[in-house]
Design a protein. Sequence first.
Length: 328
Amino acid sequence: MHRPLLAAAAAAALLLTGCTADETGSGGGGTAWTYTSGDGETYTATEVPTRIIAEAYAAKALMEFGIEPVGIWASSPVGEDVGLRGADFSGIEILGEEWGKIDVAAAAELQPDLIVGDWWPVEEAYSGFEDGVEEESKKLADLAPVVGSAQSDSIVDLIEGYADLAASLGADPGTIDAARAEFDAAVADFQDATAEKPGLTALAISPFDADYAIAVPAYAPELLDFQSWGLDVIDPETPDPDFPYWETLSMENADKYQPDLLLFDDRWHPGNEEVLAAAPISSSITAYAAGQTTTWPAYWLHTYGDYTAELNRLAGVIRAADENLVQE
């Protein structure tokens, strides 16, 4: 390990500790900061962390509440990632823009006292430390403790976890409450829209090459949220056994499901819609032939602001849609 890594790791060890809730007790003895992280452990410190390095989506979540990191890493170029639109990373050092690769030497120079990323329960790892990440990049965890909100069955829970973390780091409670109130209003309006169109069905898709991939809501928290708020998002019957996030059909069988509304994965849009447009089968997909299509925010939502905007947009789409487009 390079000397800067050793120095930063030693400083972090003096500042922060992680322990279970039972070990934490009342948090006395000079504890200035405490946070129960997505991994179930409660982390404490004698000073509130201020030098934060975060995965880019987590960074955007914290920045919504006024907590700005000193460094970020991303899984793709930040200027091209739909999930990072609107984020101003000016003055923040970018430590990587490719999944699995983080410049740990540059990170060490920032002398972080906290690393932040999503906790993934299935992988039992934080973002940046999953299987497949290069081993050198995982040494980022040597610089400071790693915390973050947990991925779950609802994006709301993920955002709330980051709101709690931001509050622990000194965010203005009024800022959090205002963002939450706007979001709650958007949820109520979305529910009203789906109640007005109880027969509307939707299918979340991402065509590519010669395949027609259909998202499985059980593995897409935003789609689970939509279902819980009244939108009938179709659950595909046969998820891929090796990667059950999707059911992948050959393009020749893309008309297996006939929803009233097609939702394209917005990370690859409009390219994925162009793939479908070029396929002869597209004329047999009633919703596509009728132009009843839109996008869905696929796997990237982390902030109240982004979720509010997407729900408001989708509520308008739902109200304008024909719920009887497909006749049984």
